[in-house]
Design a protein around this ligand. Structure first.
Ligand code: ADP
Ligand code: ASP
Ligand code: MG
Length: 416
């Protein structure tokens, strides 16, 4: 019997009414003869609420205790969904990550899944039960609960689908698929019927939070068919229609030379830029600046080093805005003195906007069109980075939405 994994996000699980709808949708698939594993997130707002309470007690909450706390949101969801299914006559059982077990490493708040034991789940499915497993969490080798980073239920769902050798992983959410850009920012954004795995990976890593990046990596590494679709439709929508709705991530080599140059626009509002000024231009300097930043577990994104004048240069890089203060502390500590830099400047109000598309390989002039569009809007570019299928620019935060809308129009991405 074919097995399908369903994932429901926070909005989809946002109230007992919505949970009843999830139960009806899951029951519809089960009635059609599928074995179903459901991976829900915490009810919307719940994870933020929990993390907010932690911050009221400790400025930098202890990571292990943070995970102990944050994981409770998903435990509420699985139990409520099991009850909603039982209430409509379905046999269902809920499990926390450690009960399955979903084994992770011990990197609390950003743990990685290492293995999933499918035995217990398989037994339940064979007995006709619907199995509901908490998203976002697992257990480390010492029995501690560890969470997978914000948006991590997507990764739990795809990993469970891979471990269970599911036919497909369906990511039900509050939009009806992956769009050319966030439909909340550009109202005439267009839904993509398919998106290549490479493009989805870039879009997720450049800030489109519709899928957590690691879920896309799992889907790609194991070629797990993964579809993003709406949980906001009538739960009794005919299954044949629902099964083909939304956006499918495709793994085929994209051979379509007619492919539009750009597939989508991603953005990340919460960036910060740091410049170390008056750095002596000598070998090893990049390592001496970025080594201590990496040792503090801070991820660096864009990097530029200016041409040197009279043996001195400026070195600029970006980090996530949440890491800005800590990065400044690291640099103002021993690093500045050690390398003999002049001063350190920063700007925590910058955003990154990126155009993404495999079509870039066969189209020229994408960068110049992007830069022309931004210049026509009077938007200053602070930094640029490129790869084979994306161009990213760093700009002042206050121009971010304007930039996204202007680029969306310039590359003719809007719905017809
Ligand atoms: P869930 O709670 O279901 O996991 P998320 O809020 O994590 O949902 O992700 C869905 C949201 O992602 C949408 O509501 C939308 O605002 C946002 N989003 C950002 N970029 C895109 C995009 N390119 N296509 C669709 N949604 C996007
Ligand atoms: N509840 C977690 C979060 O808010 C995981 C998820 O929603 O995917 O980040
Ligand atoms: Mg999400």
């Amino acid at each position: 019997m074919a097995l399908i994994v369903h994932k429901y996000g926070g909005t989809s699980m946002g109230s007992t009414e919505r949970i009843k709808n999830v139960a009806l949708r899951v029951a519809k698939w089960h009635d059609a003869g599928y074995q179903i594993v459901v991976v829900p997130s915490a009810m919307s707002g719940e994870t933020n609420r929990l993390l907010g309470m932690a911050k009221e007690l400790m400025a930098q909450p202890d990571p292990r205790e943070m995970d102990m706390l944050a994981s409770t949101g998903e435990q509420v969801s699985v139990a409520l969904l099991a009850m909603a299914l039982k209430a409509i006559g379905k046999d269902a059982v809920s499990y926390a990550g450690w009960q399955v077990a979903i084994k992770t490493d011990s990197a609390f708040t950003k743990a990685r899944i290492q293995s999933i034991d499918d035995a217990k789940v398989r037994n339940d499915l064979d007995a006709g039960r619907i199995v509901i497993i908490t998203g976002f969490q697992g257990v480390d080798a010492d029995g501690n609960i560890a969470t997978l980073g914000r948006g991590g239920s997507d990764t739990s769902a795809v990993a469970v689908a891979v471990a269970m050798k599911a036919e497909e992983c369906l990511i039900f959410t509050d939009v009806d698929g992956v769009y050319t850009t966030d439909p909340r920012v550009v109202t005439d954004a267009r839904r993509l019927k398919t998106v290549t795995f490479e493009e989805m990976l870039e879009m997720a890593s450049l800030g489109s939070k519709v899928l957590q990046i690691r879920s896309v990596e799992f889907a790609g590494n194991y070629k797990m068919p993964t579809r993003v679709l709406s949980s906001m439709t009538d739960p009794m929508l005919p299954l044949e229609i629902e099964a083909r709705s939304g956006t499918l991530i495709s793994f085929e080599e994209d051979t379509n030379m007619e492919h539009a140059a750009i597939t989508g626009i991603a953005f990340n509002r919460d960036e910060a830029k740091i410049t170390v000024l008056g750095v002596p231009d000598r070998p090893g300097i990049a390592y001496q600046i970025l080594g201590p930043v990496a040792d503090a577990n801070i991820e660096v994104d864009m990097i530029i080093q200016n041409q040197s004048v009279a043996g001195k240069t400026d070195f600029t890089f970006t980090v996530a805005r949440g890491e800005y203060q800590r990065s400044m502390e690291v640099l103002n500590g021993s690093v500045k003195e050690h390398i003999g830099a002049g001063s350190i400047a920063g700007d925590a109000k910058v955003s990154k906007v990126s155009v993404v598309g495999v079509g870039m390989r066969s189209h020229v002039g994408i960068a110049s069109q992007m830069f022309r569009t931004l210049s026509e809007e009077g938007i200053n570019i602070l930094m640029i980075s490129t790869s084979e299928i994306k161009i990213s620019v760093l700009i002042d935060e206050k121009y971010m939405e304007l930039a996204v809308r202007a680029l969306h129009k310039a590359f003719e991405l809007e719905s017809a």
